[in-house]
Design a binder for this molecule. Structure first.
Ligand SMILES: [Zn+2]
Length: 159
């Protein structure tokens, strides 16, 4: 398992999936800053980096960084074993001397991503797209062969 750096976003509202969900409160990660299990903080226009081995990271970073997360608000997929697969969202940031010059979503929009991903071999026999709440119940049922009582209650009320 490779290491990554975690990314936290503060004071920005422009990191969204194609469906407009604000993803700035979610955990992001990147493989582009040395993968030292460090913490990258995007605070407004500034990118900061702290890690145990900070001496391996330049004080003034210039370059392109791709960060990624998964939208928990869009529909998701489930593989045949019950593992939930959320829509991947990736952004590319252009940084000059730790200042963010531009951000751009580089991942597919949600509809295309769901269509392409559901055709992947590892999702053969899987399910979805469906809302995450429904997927959690479905995943539980697949993995343990039972329905959570919450699910039964919810379905009962629907009749
Ligand atoms: Zn979304």
């Amino acid at each position: 398992m490779g290491m990554i750096d975690w990314v936290v976003i503060k004071n920005r509202s422009d990191f969204k999936c194609s469906d407009g969900h604000d993803l700035s409160t979610l955990d992001w990660h990147t493989n582009d800053l040395g993968c030292l299990l460090g913490d990258v903080i995007i605070d407004g226009p500034v990118l900061k980096y702290t890690a145990l081995y900070k001496n391996e990271f330049p004080d003034k970073f210039t370059g392109t960084v791709q960060i990624g997360t998964e939208c928990r608000f869009c529909p998701c997929l489930i593989d045949a074993d019950g593992a939930i697969v959320n829509v991947a969202v990736d952004y590319e940031l252009v940084i000059v001397d730790n200042m963010i010059q531009s951000v751009r979503r580089v991942s597919d929009d949600t509809c295309d991503w769901l269509n392409d991903e559901s055709a992947m071999p590892y999702l053969k026999g899987g399910y979805g797209p469906m809302p995450l709440e429904e997927a959690v119940d479905k995943s539980f049922a697949i993995r343990f062969g039972v329905h959570r009582s919450m699910t039964i209650g919810r379905r009962h009320r629907r009749r």
